[in-house]
Write a new protein. Sequence first.
Length: 401
Amino acid sequence: MSKDKKLIPELRFPEFVNDGEWVKDIVDNLVITITPPKKLNSTHYHESGKFPIIDQSKNYYCGWTNDADAVITDNLPLIIFGDHTCIVKIATVPFAQGADGIKILKAEDNLTPEYLYQFLLYNTVKQEDYKRHFSILKENIVFYPKKENGEQQEIVSCLSSLDEIIAAHNQKLETLKLHKKGLMQYLFPQEGEIVPKWRFKEFEKDGVWRKTTIEEIAKVSAGGTPDSTNPEYWNGDIPWMNSGELNNKRISSVSNFITAKGLRESSTKLIPPKCVLIGLAGQGKTRGTAAINYIELCTNQSIASIHPNEEVFNSEFLYQKIESMYEKLRLLSAGDGGRGGLNLQIIKEIDLLLPIMEEQDKIAICLSSLDDLITSHAEELEQLKMHKKGLMQGLFPKVND
């Protein structure tokens, strides 16, 4: 902050425009750390109890406890900082600390905890500062108006109301995803079945689905990666897809391109549109992830491509079926305890049941239309998050000025 620039946000509620500059300090001077009475021996409980156990996961609780001695009931709301994950949460109900690496912070009297929470979301600890999270958080700058004039609370009310809208949209999105997951369990035959539980009326008398394998109905291939140190192989006009892009699900564009020489002198291959793509390697979520491409492209060696065969299967139907098999594919992975990877032979040997093409088409349309709805809600949720981010940039003075 330059000496001649006043510590005032760009956006200010009308009743506070004449209230002068804000105050600048660091987190360490604005909080005290609360130590719970004792730590729990376990972070997971199967029986429902009274108090949530705080964890540093996305949802910030991992079970329940009746252990009242381990529960923090005073000084709420409190800020919870996940030292291993850089996740900041705010607790407004009694809880127990059930995981290491969590700091419980109480705002001092000149700040409302809700205001500090929102500002910490605005001025976050960067994920790459992994080794010294809390020591870095303590040095984070905080700008705040005087508590007594009510400006902190106005900002909190504005941002928390937006948080509620975001949470509602997120809940709706998760409900849609669960609805699709449940629907697939009824539209595809389950283990040991030869027909699904639900069928569209026009196909009820069409008998059992045909048993086959991927290898019997389609060509299967894997890609490769041109030498990344050879500039003659890269920045051409041939799309090349990496494993992380499987998470985009419907592939109409990619981030990287190779040259004709890179294609010719490596093991990667051009594959046609409408291949069903499967992540082969890794211990993360990518292994077993399915996608479908709508452009001709190349892939790396960690992606299996099931080539289209329009006489036998609808590629959209097969994509939806493979996506429904995510957990099964991960269990099929080679290696000790399923921690290795899939390979082309495993993919080829996957058992399938196929209905007639007309029924495949109907199922594909049903599930892809639900995907469109999920995508629309996901985009709307992202827009709301971006709106909040932009609003915070106006409501708080810029940290790096």
